[in-house]
Ligand binder design. Sequence first.
Ligand SMILES: Cc1cc2nc3c(=O)[nH]c(=O)nc-3n(C[C@H](O)[C@H](O)[C@H](O)COP(=O)(O)OP(=O)(O)OC[C@H]3O[C@@H](n4cnc5c(N)ncnc54)[C@H](O)[C@@H]3O)c2cc1C
Length: 294
Amino acid sequence: MLHPLPDDLLKLPHRREVPFARLTTLGVGGVCHWLFEPTTEAEASQFVRTCHREGLEFRVLGGGSNLVVLGDVTAPVLRLRLPFAVECHGTEMTAPASHGHIALAEAAAQAGLSGLEWASGIPGSLGGAIRMNAGAYGHEWVQVLIRYRFLTPEGELIEKAPEPGEFQYRKSWFGREHVVLSATASLVEGDPARIRAQVAEYRGRRGTSQPLSKRNAGCIFKNPPGASAGRLIDAAGLKGMRVGDAEVSVEHGNFLVNLGHARAEDFAELMAQVRDQVRATHGVELEPEVEIWR
Ligand SMILES: Cc1cc2nc3c(=O)[nH]c(=O)nc-3n(C[C@H](O)[C@H](O)[C@H](O)COP(=O)(O)OP(=O)(O)OC[C@H]3O[C@@H](n4cnc5c(N)ncnc54)[C@H](O)[C@@H]3O)c2cc1C
C-alpha cells in the first residue's frame, strides 16, 4: 500500500510510476512509485533528512547497471541528478556521484591521467561504482580513491579518506541509506597515446567476451575465492539455459541476458537454477554480485 508522503518531500523534484525496465540496464522489474531526482546536494540532503524524520525507508539508485528489481518498489527511490562537472587539481580528479562512470574514465584519459583505464567499459554512475567498489582486470576503485563525500542515513554530510577494510571485493561498508555524493581519485600523469591504447585494449577484450548487444547487468555472481564464476557455470554446461526470455549468455556464463521480453521472475528463477546446478556440480555456493531489490 502507498503511504502519502510529506509535503516538504513532494516539493523536491520527483516523478511517479516509472517502470524499472527504464531505470535498469537489465530492463526488468516492477514500478518505481516515487523517484526523487535532486539536482543539488542541498536537495539530496533535504530528501534524506526528511525521510529520516518521518521514519521512511528509502533506496538509492545510480545507473541501474548492477541491479535486479523483483517487483514494485513503494519506498521513495533517490537518484542523484547533480550537474556533470569534473574537477582536476594536478593529478587529483573529483566528480559528482551521478557522473557517468564511463564518461569519467574518458575524461581522465583525455586529461592525460592514467589510473582509470580499466573503468572505461563499466557502465553506471560513479556513486554506484564507489558503493560496489567496482573493478576489472586486477584494478578496483579503492586503489585510486583518496577521498569521498557522502550523506549518512540521518542526512549528515561527511567527507573522508578511505580507511582499511572499508572497501572489499565488490562491496563497501555503506548501508542501504548512505548516499555517496562525490569521489576523488588520485591518478598519475601518463602518455595520452598509451592511455588510449590501454582503454582500447580493455574495450576490445569486453567486446569479444561479453554479450554487449543484449540487455544485461554485468556479472551476476561474484567470483568465489580462487575461481571464476563464469568458468564454473560454463563447466556445469549451463550456457544457453533459459527461463522465459532470461538466458545464461552463450558468450559469457556469468552474464544473464534479456532476450527481449524477460520478466523479473524469470531472472530470479534462472539465478536460483544456476546456483543449484553449480552447487550440485562443483560443490561451490555462488554469491550474487548484483544487488537484488524485492
Ligand atoms: C555490460 C556491463 C559490464 C559490467 N562490468 C563490470 C565490471 O567489469 N566490473 C564491475 O565491478 N562491475 C561491472 N558491471 C556492474 C556495474 O556496472 C557496476 O557495479 C556499477 O559500478 C554499478 O553502478 P550503478 O550506478 O549502475 O549502480 P546501481 O546498479 O544503480 O546500484 C548498485 C548499488 O549501488 C548503490 N548506489 C548507487 N548509487 C549510489 C550512490 N550515489 N550512493 C550510495 N549508493 C549508491 C545502489 O543502492 C545499489 O546498492 C557491469 C555492468 C554491465 C551492464
